[in-house]
Design a protein around this ligand. Structure first.
Ligand code: ADP
Ligand code: MG
Length: 323
């Protein structure tokens, strides 16, 4: 199958809901921004052997590529609209692979309501390299930034923390859970992130700062603090953990390093003024996403973690253990 057939048969059907994509038959797509809105644009690239394994299923590779971008839009409070793909395909990417890849995109297009509107397809001797540009919208001036946190704001996170990093270790056979079900839930958190798009949109007028946790809890909260020029105090015991993660941590406290430092959870971390705390419950109900207060913003720099009885944990010199 040549490049043109691939575009026509595999990718054009993914653009059919978007008028200005012209079924991928023209040189570029055309669309207007909704009244009163501005565009929010993000891009992620993934390289085989670095960000995924060639043995991963093509539909999962597609979904991870789309979902990591969706998580960035969620962090900005934006509503996803459309995306462009750049694919540098290897010989191994046969028709079956491409069909699987498109099936993954199709499933997520339905779930997150967006369309493919263009891209480029080239060949490479390797490694397989994929990039996606995602376009969303937000009412003018309402995008959530990293830089608005204020002293006394509460620091919140969605979902549970550390699962994806533990899931990767489970997948690599480095740690094991007590049951297959728990292993699978952790692995799913790594392979199939759940971007918090509806939470991000609901936070538009509520959060003072927001970002998604892709590098690790402490690193990302650190980025928020740096941009906001404040310090965050995190209560270790308030960090939400899944059943599987709690069990693994009880058996091996060293794994706390994955809660603090492991990436890929794609949960949101955000700050809210104390008077808005009651609005969080409403967002939880509306979006079906649990939200937890894990700390507070104070004057100063960096991130402080407090353990039992409020004792400060010196993460650098003591490592992650014995806490
Ligand atoms: P050009 O000659 O400008 O490189 P192409 O032949 O690569 O154009 O692309 C033709 C059309 O197909 C364009 O609308 C482009 O956006 C679209 N397209 C090409 N590859 C992809 C892809 N992988 N996904 C989506 N659209 C694609
Ligand atoms: Mg052209």
């Amino acid at each position: 199958m040549g490049e043109f057939e691939v575009i026509k048969d595999i990718f054009a059907p993914l653009s059919s809901d978007f008028k200005g994509a012209f079924n991928l038959t023209d040189d570029a797509a055309v669309f207007s921004v909704s009244e009163g809105c501005e565009l929010v644009v993000t891009k992620d690239a993934m390289v085989s052997g670095v960000h995924f394994l060639a043995s991963d299923t093509p539909s999962n590779i597609a979904q991870k590529l789309l979902r990591t971008n969706l998580s960035d839009l969620a962090a900005m409070g934006a509503e996803p609209k459309c995306y462009l793909l750049a694919l540098a395909l290897t010989e191994e990417c046969d028709l079956e692979w491409l069909k699987g890849f498109a099936a993954g995109l199709h499933a997520d297009q339905l779930q997150f309501r967006l369309s493919l509107i263009g891209g480029d397809t080239v060949k490479t001797p390797g490694p397989l390299t994929l990039s996606l540009t995602l376009v969303g919208e937000v009412p003018k001036g309402k995008a959530l930034r990293r830089n608005g946190a204020q002293a006394e704001d509460f620091l919140c996170v969605t979902g549970t923390i550390g699962d994806a990093a533990m899931g990767l270790q489970v997948a690599q056979g480095e740690i094991t859970c007590s049951s297959e079900v728990l292993s699978e839930t952790l692995k799913a958190r790594y392979f199939m992130p759940e971007p918090r798009v509806s939470v991000g949109m609901a936070l538009r007028d509520i959060a003072t700062a927001c970002l998604d946790i892709s590098d690790g809890l402490l690193a990302d909260v650190g980025h928020l603090c740096e941009q906001s020029n404040f310090c965050a105090e995190i209560d270790q015991q308030a960090i939400p953990l899944s059943v599987a993660a709690s069990e693994l941590l009880a058996a091996d406290p060293d794994l706390w390093s994955l809660v603090f430092g492991g990436g890929d959870d794609y949960e949101l971390a955000f700050t809210i003024a104390p008077e808005n705390l009651s609005k969080i419950q409403h967002i939880e109900q509306e979006t079906g996403t649990p939200i937890y207060v894990i700390g507070q913003i104070v004057r100063g720099k960096g991130v402080i973690v407090r353990g039992k009885e409020g004792k400060k944990i010196d993460i650098k010199s003591r490592g992650w253990t014995h806490i």
